[in-house]
Design a protein around this ligand. Structure first.
Ligand code: AHR
Length: 524
């Protein structure tokens, strides 16, 4: 072909290509003048169970460890968690909580009872990380404590004495015991879980039986901290549904509606993991696009699940006083080869970061009812923020998504309209993109866009109604493959990179890479 002819052909191709590009741009309209619910910062909560190396090794190395620590708690992990402003930490379980006896974990370390962690690998639980160590850790990272009491194999008295130990005046016997263990002032216990999965590992109780038991804990487990009144009062969270099963939602909420002055509730828990079937067999590394699409499809069912339980809660609590607390969620995959299967150790890929963003978006859309969640789990277990190996630490793609989403903590939900398009993989059809927007606590507008499609970039044409916006910049998280992971040897494979929108005649265009999460500030 002669050069002149080639140029003409190219020009023709471009002329016909541009309308196609224009058609495929996704129009995202942000209604900056409208106000939704507050996205409670507690939806970015964490879960830390005595399980595998989640606590021992991951958080606690002991005061005499060569690994840099403050009173036994690893410095690197504390710094990383401070940077994502963890609002609350749920502890000590999980299934572990319903066999935990707090007295084993206080006082001089030499005298602490060694027990067996019967739920998770049958290892010896040294109880060197107990109540005072946990509270020290929570204070070091600047977070709130969410304690799960042992309703399964403990007693109301044991649970009541635990919170008394933590919160009573130093002049009382319980307060004196705490002071003798190094802490004079009462601790702040902001959240109290009344059991864990009582429909299964927490005692396999019928919903009605659990509800009767729960009421006794809600009544008698008291917080004596004088600073915890009014908005600071301890919030009691009852066990709620296992996935879609409505039994606990109905029984607990009916009891709540009928409650008298003597007890109440400030939360109903929901547990739902993304597993790809049971037992979990999807690998956390080296998976193909089919596995990616199947897990993403499953995770999106969180939306319907919340809608189902919210509708039941609305019957008994139309004013939405009781939050739905999704205090265990995340991707639960096959254990890493060579690890104790009871340790629930898995890698964390770009796919998992995308799944985190999609769930955070779902929680934000349900912010009127979902006011707290806890991803499982914080360090070294399931969909972790952080992985450690002796003195080494690596931040996961999920951690980086939490960092990008910081402006959404306590932000006001701002409605967004868009046609998501379709991403197809085999017989699975998924939305191609997802987006949420919000005004942060300073009134600044933010947009988060996830491109679920691992092959196609998406051009987003962003229009902001009721606000002058001409610039958008922030960060993007992406990688060459959906199964890309950060390792101790290569910790920078999936990390946030600067991102800016293009300004044009039609407004702002965001070129969102395939398989990515983008968060931008929208500015005049
Ligand atoms: O997060 C692991 C386990 O999953 C928790 O201990 C339990 O509550 C749930 O089944």
């Amino acid at each position: 072909m002669r050069p002149g002819r080639l140029l003409t052909t190219l020009a023709l191709m471009l002329a016909t290509a541009s309308p196609v590009l224009a058609q495929t741009a996704i129009d995202v309209r942000i209604d900056a003048g409208a106000k939704g619910a507050k996205i409670d910062r507690n939806i970015f909560g964490q879960f830390a169970e005595h399980l595998g190396t989640g606590i021992y090794g991951g958080v606690w190395v002991g005061k005499n460890s060569p690994i840099p620590n403050v009173r036994g708690v690893r410095k690197d992990v504390v710094a990383a968690l401070r940077a994502i402003k963890v609002p609350n930490v749920r502890w000590p379980g999980g299934c572990f909580a319903d066999e935990y006896h707090w007295r084993h974990g206080i006082g001089p370390v030499e005298g602490r009872r060694k027990t067996i962690n019967s739920n998770w690998g049958g290892t010896v639980e040294p109880n060197t990380f107990g109540t005072d160590e946990f509270m020290d850790f929570v204070e070091q990272i600047g977070s709130e404590a969410y304690l799960s009491v042992n309703l399964g194999s403990g007693t109301v008295q044991e649970a009541a004495e635990w919170i008394e130990y933590m919160t009573a005046d130093p002049a009382t016997t319980a307060g004196k015991e705490r002071a003798a263990n190094g802490r004079v002032a009462p601790y702040k216990v902001k959240y109290l879980g009344l059991g864990n999965e009582s429909w299964s590992c927490g005692g396999a109780m019928r919903a009605e039986y659990y509800t009767d038991e729960m009421k006794r804990y809600a009544r008698f487990v008291r917080n004596y901290n004088p600073a915890q009144t009014g908005p600071e009062a301890m919030q009691r969270i009852a066990v709620g549904p296992n996935q879609a099963d409505p039994a606990y939602t109905e029984a607990v909420m009916a009891a709540y509606k009928a409650h008298d002055w003597s007890w109440s509730l400030e939360g109903l828990s929901l547990h739902s993991y993304t597993t790809g079937g049971w037992p979990p067999s999807y690998p956390s590394t080296g998976f193909d696009e089919g596995a990616y699409a199947r897990l993403v499809k499953e995770t999106l069912s969180m939306d319907g699940l919340i809608a189902t339980h919210s509708a039941i809660m609305d019957k008994y609590d139309p004013d939405k006083k009781v939050p739905l607390v999704v205090d265990e969620w995340g991707v639960w995959l096959a254990p890493l080869q060579g690890t104790n299967p009871g340790f629930l150790a898995q890698q964390n890929s770009l796919r998992d970061g995308i799944i985190a963003a999609l769930n955070l978006n779902i929680f934000a859309r349900h912010a009127d009812r979902v006011r707290m969640t806890n991803i499982a789990q914080m360090v070294n277990v399931l969909q972790a923020m952080i992985l450690t190996d002796e003195d080494r630490m690596v931040l996961t793609p999920t951690y980086h998504v939490y960092k990008l989403y910081l402006p959404f903590q306590d932000a006001t939900f701002t409605p967004v309209r868009f046609e998501a398009g379709v991403y197809k993989e085999g017989d699975i059809a998924l939305p191609r993109v997802d987006a949420i927007a919000a005004r942060d606590t300073q009134g600044q507008l933010w947009l988060a866009v996830t491109n679920l499609d691992p092959r196609r970039a998406a051009a987003i044409q962003a229009t902001v109604e009721d606000a002058a916006v001409s610039r958008a910049s922030g960060h993007v998280i992406t990688a060459g493959r959906v199964d890309a992971v950060n390792t101790f040897e290569a910790p920078q494979t999936v990390v946030p990179k600067p991102f800016s929108a293009r300004a044009g005649a039609k407004g702002l265009t965001l070129d969102i890479p395939a398989k990515s999460v983008v968060v931008v500030k929208l500015e005049p």
